[in-house]
Design a protein around this ligand. Structure first.
Ligand code: AMP
Ligand code: GLY
Length: 416
């Protein structure tokens, strides 16, 4: 279920699964159409999705994006007896509610930034006194990466709070957090509620501008693995963050099943949780799937059935890097309808995943903010980056743009 670059990468890997017999995707996109039969299903219409699964005798439903998870699509399908890869509505609160996650961290003694939950402007303004600049302010609900404000001064923080409480807040609360210093890395694990299967690491570039400046986006590029997340730090993250999370969710009656995506801050005091997501990252999924070696359908089915114990996940040792090509205007209002010619972008072994594309009168056109994810592999980030941009340069997409510096921090470290 889904229609972005993440879902194209999932469909591409699922299509290669030896255990797969037939793959449907809803609603999909022109890239996904090369891997699966597309079905026009609306993820908010749970009855229609169930009826389709019934009619086609579907063995496993993989839910890509967060919105249908937070909306309880997994619960509705499970109630009809279907195997689902993705958490329940209660468990998806780990992404859907910042306050829920912070409270869970407090109960389970999980390292994260200190915080105060506030529900009025007066309360929030008063709470600022308990923190130092920069101030981290987070709206409680799902906000597609736009619900977080980092304010450099008290005055900026007060103005942002006024904006958040007066505007259309996704939740009726604002969480104020301590600012954490360090480098960020993303860690992914599959869990069936009990077993935790590490599923790779990545780093992404959230900001639209080169050098990591400008507005936040869903992600302008990513690479995997993230060398900063050493095996020792990864184990520390599992022991102090993921393990207590999975155990607390289970013992509190909200077992988490699916992929748990931990946004980590690697601080001087060790890894701390920035946020959880209840799904794969986009575009992190594209680089993880490029490296994953195995029967994805079988692993996801085992996860869905609560049979992850003893299952392994192998990833190629090489680095995968993806460059997002977006439509001009993104992350504001992207230009729609711009023609795209992929040419021979994939001839060097690169893979172009489709995100916001459509076919109009026989031509591939832009149909969203993030449009293509141009992905390549190499012995390290420097090599993968060179190969990815080699493909980017073969793509004719006049109304598109991309950052030219994906992976820059790692490239700098590799050149030392
Ligand atoms: P989130 O939506 O919670 O991932 O926040 C978006 C981004 O804001 C993160 O990727 C971080 O770069 C930054 N951020 C969030 N919380 C903190 C924090 N407590 N300290 C420092 N940076 C943060
Ligand atoms: N690329 C960040 C995310 O998927 O949340």
């Amino acid at each position: 279920m889904g229609s972005g670059g993440r879902e194209h990468a999932l469909a591409w890997k699922l299509a290669q699964s030896p255990s797969l017999t037939k793959l449907y995707a809803a609603p999909g996109n022109p890239g996904i159409a090369e891997e699966a039969e597309l079905v026009a299903l609306d993820a908010t219409d749970h009855a229609a999705v169930s009826a389709f699964c019934e009619a086609k005798d579907i063995a496993l439903v993989v839910i890509g994006p967060e919105a249908p998870l937070v909306d309880g699509l997994a619960d509705s399908l499970r109630a009809h007896g279907f195997n689902v890869f993705g958490p329940s509505k209660a468990a998806a609160q780990l992404e859907g509610s910042k306050g829920f996650t912070k409270d869970l961290c407090a109960r389970a003694d999980i390292p994260t930034a200190g915080y105060i939950r506030t529900s009025t402007l007066d309360e929030a303004t008063a709470a600022l006194a308990k923190f130092d600049a920069p101030y981290v302010l987070k709206a409680d609900g799902l906000a597609a990466g736009k619900g977080v404000v980092i304010a450099e001064s008290r005055a900026d923080a007060e103005a942002a709070l006024a904006d958040m409480f007066e505007g259309n807040l996704p939740g009726a609360q604002v969480v104020i957090e301590e600012f954490m210093r360090g480098e960020e890395a993303s860690f992914f694990a599959l869990t069936d509620g009990t077993t935790i299967l590490p599923f790779g690491s990545a780093q992404d570039h959230k900001q639209v501008g080169e050098g990591d400046v400008g507005l936040n986006t869903g992600g302008m590029g990513a690479y995997s693995p993230a060398p900063v997340l050493t095996p020792e730090l990864q184990q520390q993250a599992i022991d102090t963050i993921l393990r207590p999370t999975v155990d607390t969710m289970r013992t509190e009656g909200m077992p988490y099943s699916g992929v748990l995506y931990a946004g980590l801050m690697l601080t001087e005091a060790g890894p701390k949780l920035v946020e959880y997501n209840a799904r794969f990252g986009d575009p992190e999924c594209q680089v993880l799937m490029t490296r994953f070696q195995g029967d994805l359908a079988a692993v996801m089915l085992a996860c869905a059935k609560g049979q992850l114990e003893g299952v392994t996940a192998d990833f190629a040792d090489e680095t995968a890097l993806t460059v997002v090509m977006a439509a001009k205007g993104y992350p504001g209002t992207p230009e729609k309808g711009g023609a795209i010619a992929l040419g021979d972008a994939e001839t060097g072994g690169q893979k172009v995943f489709h995100a916001g594309t459509a076919v109009k009168d026989g031509t591939l056109v832009a149909n969203g903010g993030r449009v293509l994810n141009v992905t390549a592999t190499g012995a390290n980030v420097t090599e993968a980056k060179a190969k990815a941009y080699e493909a980017v340069d073969k793509i004719d997409f006049a109304s598109g743009f991309c950052r030219r510096d994906i992976g820059w921090k790692e490239v700098a470290r590799e050149s030392k």
